[in-house]
Write a protein that binds this ligand. Structure first.
Ligand code: ADP
Ligand code: MG
Length: 208
């Protein structure tokens, strides 16, 4: 079961991974965007990770809400509002939840991704972060259906996200800055699909 501490560990773990991978994320964005995805995410995650030390949180939903608000204010670009909305919507799924198992975490991730879609209007195959999230959510649900616990479901989701991320390489971008490149966006992995995969991999380490 994941409790408030698991969620603060998730954010801390992701902040450290984003800091390690910031140059790589920026390189991916240099190829099909404006070379700021790593620095955007790093700036936001440093601030988000500081929240847990600066304030006493009493519930998962209150904590995730602050994380979302912090990302909206500090990340910028297209990804700031998208990741911010992800955590704000996820927070909404954790009202009155103190201990989250596979069912609660699955519902939370799905609510978050619905927020990404509501904001960004991406569809499958548009070469965005949704191309990592969509297979991840399906794999999560499939694993739960087959009897997996939270750890197994998150592991399956992370593996599926990584495959979805890799598959963005052959796609033509239809949303965001990369879409301006048209056919020339093909041949490059999407930065947001990469940072989203890192977030799910981090969840598999921290939440289960
Ligand atoms: P910007 O494009 O404003 O510089 P970032 O570089 O931080 O913002 O983030 C780019 C990433 O945002 C892309 O790689 C893509 O995954 C994601 N993205 C952009 N537009 C959308 C959208 N409409 N829906 C989902 N994800 C999107
Ligand atoms: Mg960018």
């Amino acid at each position: 079961m994941a409790n408030l501490q698991s969620f603060t560990e998730w954010i801390a773990d992701y902040a450290s991974v984003v800091s390690e991978q910031a140059d790589y994320l920026t390189d991916l964005d240099r190829a099909i965007g404006d070379a700021d995805h790593g620095s955007n995410m790093n700036r936001g995650m440093v601030k988000a990770a500081e929240l847990a030390g600066a304030e006493e949180f009493s519930a998962i939903d209150a904590y995730l809400k602050k994380v979302g608000m912090s990302l909206v204010s500090n990340v910028g670009g297209a990804s700031g509002p998208l990741y911010g909305t992800f955590f704000l919507r996820m927070a909404g799924a954790f009202a009155d939840v103190a201990e989250a198992g596979a069912a609660e975490v699955g519902a939370g991730l799905r609510a978050g991704v619905e927020g990404i879609l509501a904001r960004g209007k991406a569809e499958t195959g548009d070469k965005t972060m949704y191309d990592a999230w969509s297979p991840a959510l399906d794999a999560f649900d499939e694993a739960v259906g087959a009897g997996s616990d939270l750890a197994g479901a998150l592991r399956a989701a992370a593996d599926a996200a990584a495959r979805g991320r890799d598959a963005t390489k052959d796609l033509i971008a239809r949303k965001g800055r990369a879409s301006y490149l048209g056919e020339r966006s093909r041949g490059h992995i999407d930065p947001g699909a990469t940072s989203s995969t890192l977030l799910i991999e981090s969840a598999a380490r921290s939440l289960a």
